[in-house]
Write a protein that binds this ligand. Structure first.
Ligand code: NDP
Length: 341
């Protein structure tokens, strides 16, 4: 077994309490735990970047969902990229860069079958948590496969300055949308949508009712809505969608910290007369698109037609804080935690 020097103990995050409403730093605790040597078929990875993602909020509740809840007092997990430092698995060498699911910790010991080798020379390692990873595929599949984007469609995306949303808007433009509209939560983000990402119009949803701002930005209506937010955004989009419009229901971040049931959308019955298609999605259903997605998106990154931003928080001890900041809108583009700065 080839090996690099590794510590005997390392830090990992545990869920200390299930958040009621908004999470607080006291809900998470950073503890030291032994670093387990890899057994046959396993690798030991030194994590370089950890992903914090909105879906993790749902995993902090003790409810049945499409991913199991985090266990109290146990290590949390999530996307991570890092380098193999010890291997007992065929095809994995010390120094290989890998993407895997044991984030929220410094070192991870895992079955090599649950790791995917990534090319650290082709793109910055953290990109495999964002534009070239799960959020990127979500945007690509949700727009092209779920909403069935067609040339000439007018597209509205909420959460438009985030990891998924910023890619949705740009992919729509690259694929021939007639008009791309985005909403985000600050003037800086709105300016970025138009100036850097090439959106045709954008607005700050905190400036006034979404319905009014959307009507102004898309006076002729929209063909496609990519929903990252839910609530008033979804209601406004249902109102703005044209006959036979389509919506991809990707996320509902406006209600992830709610302790009571959401009020809307109150105008769902409009979907009948307009023959709307509102379709939920889970990125895991779209793995078959991965090769096409990787080839096309990597090409756009290389030729500069796709812009990608990250908000990088340094230090494992700031992971809980980074997660809470993500829910508050403290990120532009993908929020990641860097461990080896
Ligand atoms: P983002 O990078 O978009 O980060 C979350 C953003 O949500 C924040 O930056 C914030 O931006 C915005 N936000 C927070 N609260 C509100 C609110 N009340 N109203 C409007 N916007 C709000 O995260 P991701 O790109 O990773 O995820 C985007 C969405 O996609 C999430 O809903 C997530 O759950 C979903 N998702 C779904 C997947 C699936 O398979 N279905 C896979 C991956 C993601 P701002 O400053 O603009 O408020």
């Amino acid at each position: 077994m080839a090996e690099q020097a590794v510590p005997t103990v390392a830090r990992e995050w545990h869920l200390a309490a299930r958040p009621q409403g908004w999470p607080t730093p006291a809900d998470f605790v950073l503890v030291e735990a032994p670093v387990r040597r890899p057994g046959p078929g396993e690798i030991l990875v030194r994590n370089a970047f950890l992903s914090v993602d909105p879906y993790m909020r749902g995993r902090m509740n003790d409810v049945k969902s499409y991913v199991p809840p985090f266990a109290l007092g146990k290590a949390m997990d999530g996307g991570a990229v890092g380098y193999v430092v010890a291997s007992q698995a065929d095809g994995f060498e010390v120094g290989d860069a890998v993407l895997h699911g044991l984030g929220w910790r410094e070192y991870a010991t895992l079955d090599a079958e649950h790791a995917v080798k990534v090319d650290a020379a082709a793109a910055p390692l953290s990109y495999y948590l964002g534009v070239l990873g799960m959020p990127g595929l979500t945007a690509y599949a949700g727009l092209l496969e779920v909403a069935g984007l067609k040339k000439g469609d007018a597209v509205f995306v909420s959460g438009a300055a985030g990891a998924v949303g910023s890619l949705v808007g740009q992919i729509a433009r690259l694929k021939g949308a007639s008009r791309v509209i985005g909403s985000a939560g600050s003037a800086e983000k709105v300016a970025k949508l138009v100036d850097d990402y090439g959106f045709d119009a954008a607005f700050n949803y905190k400036d006034g009712p979404v319905r009014e701002q959307l009507a102004e930005a898309a006076p002729e209506g929209i063909d496609v809505y990519f929903d990252n937010v839910g609530g008033d955004h979804l209601e406004a989009a249902i109102g703005a969608l044209k006959v036979h419009g389509r919506a991809t229901l990707c996320g509902a971040i406006a209600q992830y910290n709610d302790t009571t049931a959401p009020a809307g959308p109150r105008n769902l019955a409009l979907a009948i007369g307009k023959r709307l298609r509102l379709q939920g999605m889970l990125v895991g259903d779209h793995a078959a698109l991965q090769p096409q997605f990787t080839a096309e998106v990597a090409g756009w990154l290389r030729d500069g037609s796709l812009h990608y931003d990250e908000t990088v928080v340094d230090g494992i001890e700031r992971t809980g804080e980074a997660f809470i900041e993500l829910l508050r809108g403290g990120n532009t583009g993908k929020m990641v935690v860097r461990l080896d700065a």
